[in-house]
Ligand binder design. Structure first.
Ligand code: APR
Length: 173
């Protein structure tokens, strides 16, 4: 089945996809930005479950329940902090998308929404992050997967226009 990819602008904690992805830090114990919004919306049981996970390495991802969110699951991934692009940030960011999708498929999840990982507090330039996000997701879903829908949930009109432009570019050969 072909997987539908699209971008929208809004608060990821309001989405009804089966899973939403959190741009967490390696402690998995909450923070600001989308991490703070997700913990606030999911409620305190989320932190209790996260405490049992033993943290998460950059580029990796771990799954929890969604608790009070509409989404059944949260996939927490830790993006790279931008240090200029020469410390394997692109590969680590791609790995966040790939590992999140692998965990989603392994958990039988068929719809997932991503925030713009690493482009807030972690300072990753939005344009190259969007190109990596779309390229990595396209590569993953090119191989038959049960994923029906992958949403890029932007938090600003600017990011939405960026994703719509990147999604309209023909897939790189
Ligand atoms: N819904 C969707 N996107 C959101 C929301 C929201 N409610 N809140 C923020 N965002 C967007 C930001 O605008 C940005 O585009 O999420 C993107 C990622 O920004 P951050 O949340 O700052 O995440 P990141 O840059 O990956 O930094 C992670 O920040 O919050 C801490 O604990 C987190 O230490 C970790 C670091």
């Amino acid at each position: 089945m072909t997987t539908r990819l699209y971008a929208m602008c809004g608060d990821i904690t309001m989405l009804e996809t089966e899973a939403i992805v959190n741009a967490a830090n390696s402690s998995l114990l909450g923070g600001g930005g989308v991490d703070g919004a997700i913990h606030r919306a999911a409620g305190p049981e989320l932190l209790q479950e996260c405490r049992l996970l033993g943290g998460c390495k950059t580029g990796d991802a771990k799954i929890t329940k969604g608790y009070h969110l509409k989404a059944k699951y949260i996939i927490h991934t830790v993006g790279p902090v931008w240090h200029g692009g020469k410390s394997s940030e692109p590969e680590q960011l791609a790995s966040c998308y790939r590992r999140s999708l692998e965990i989603a498929v392994a958990s039988g999840i068929d719809s997932i929404a991503f925030p713009c990982i690493s482009t807030g507090a972690y300072g990753y330039p939005a344009e190259s992050a969007a190109e990596i996000a779309v390229k990595t997701v396209r590569q993953f879903v090119a191989a038959e997967t049960p994923l029906k829908e992958v949403i890029f949930c932007c938090f600003s009109e600017q990011d939405l226009q960026l994703y719509q432009r990147v999604l309209n570019e023909p897939a790189a050969k």
